[in-house]
Design a protein around this ligand. Structure first.
Ligand code: FAD
Length: 325
């Protein structure tokens, strides 16, 4: 395999940061393998997404606005990816490690008789072979698996593991023809929008994360949420806070939680254990608020504010709100 194909997952043209991370990594991998980098964007809104993808160093973007992609459950996407892979020739297919992405990957690898690596955080190319690094057993092990020598391989990739790097001279848009003779059994009956109105943690430009130092669930609502709202960000947590049941597990950041890369990360009452650090260390600016000036987080923070979070956070929120006015 020497080409690289990215499944550009989207909803009516709206995509997530991981798509741009994957197309950037696809370019590097394709160059290392001596092949080409492609993206596949299908379904209503894909033309709009393809325009955004043109800012990235791809060779071509396969597009089809086919309404069947939204009308049926995943099968049309698998068909289009299979068609793109057969057109491109031997390829590694990169798929976001999302709920739908994992499902698509499982079906696609059967069609392509390919091997799969899951939840990849790093790729290494040596002598034309692709080795994939993934955390396993809840992060207790980090494994490196090489895809078997075969025409096709599939990898699901963890969001925020790679940098999104625009550049290049504008990819060619190619209409991907609908594979003939397909009939789909599983139709989408209703489409429910998750209406929380809050930013997804992995996408947020600012993350305000709380730990055991907050002492219970209430401060996440009364201290952290107002600060996050003032900064246009999202709330996250350490595992200690999630294990205590103060916040749901989908807010946990770290080795066994999510990886985030916001421009600003504010850690409130978090000591900075290595397992937490690996999920946020690539953030732009790291600010820690901790009453212990010798907490490990001091070693990798840009700014450590030593003091009681219950006094500092409300003042900080007030100042930010006032400065906006
Ligand atoms: C296999 C494995 C996987 C793990 N995965 C993860 C993971 O994904 N994510 C994760 O976060 N952890 C993970 N952990 C757990 C990790 O080792 C730590 O136990 C955890 O991160 C500690 O959380 P904490 O910093 O909130 O709590 P603590 O370490 O207890 O720190 C609390 C901090 O709050 C400060 N504090 C207390 N009161 C105040 C106050 N009023 N104002 C300001 N500061 C205050 C204290 O000084 C202290 O520094 C994992 C562990 C293992 C073994």
């Amino acid at each position: 395999m020497n080409n690289v194909i990215v499944y550009a997952e989207h909803r009516r043209g709206e995509t997530r940061k991981v798509t741009f991370e994957l197309v950037s990594e696809a370019r590097k991998l394709a160059d290392a393998l001596g092949g080409k980098a492609y993206a596949v964007a299908v379904g209503p809104g894909s033309a709009q997404l393809a325009e955004q993808l043109k800012a990235y160093p791809l060779d071509a973007i396969y597009v089809n606005e086919d309404p069947d992609v939204d009308a049926f459950v995943l099968d049309p996407i698998v068909d289009y990816l299979e068609a793109a892979a057969k057109l491109a020739g031997p390829s590694l297919v990169l798929i976001p490690n999302s709920l739908a992405g994992r499902d698509v990957a499982g079906r696609l690898l059967v069609r392509l008789d390919a091997g799969i690596t899951a939840d990849v955080i790093e790729f290494k190319v040596e002598n034309g072979a692709v080795a994939c690094v993934s955390p396993k057993l809840g992060g207790a092990l980090i494994t490196t698996c090489e895809l078997r020598p075969a025409p096709y391989g599939v990898s699901t990739v963890r969001p925020n593991a790679f940098a999104a790097q625009p550049g290049g001279s504008g990819a060619e848009l190619i209409r991907l023809e609908k594979p003939a003779g397909k009939a789909y059994a599983a139709a989408v009956e209703s489409d429910v929008e998750e209406g929380s109105g809050e930013l997804a943690l992995e996408e947020a430009p600012v993350v305000v994360a709380g730990g055991r130092g907050l002492g219970g669930p209430e401060p996440f609502e009364t201290l952290l949420k107002p600060l996050a709202r003032a900064l246009g960000g999202a709330v996250g947590a350490s595992r200690a806070a999630a294990d205590a049941g103060w916040v749901p597990y989908n807010l946990q950041i770290g080795q066994t939680g999510k990886t985030v890369t916001p421009s600003l990360y504010i850690a409130v009452g978090i000591s900075g254990a290595i397992q937490h650090k690996v999920g946020m260390r690539a953030s732009g600016t790291i600010v820690a608020i901790n009453k212990d000036g010798a907490a490990p987080i001091a070693e990798f923070s840009d700014l450590l504010v030593v003091g009681d979070a219950f006094r500092i956070v409300p003042e900080l929120t007030k100042l930010i709100e006032a400065s906006k006015g």
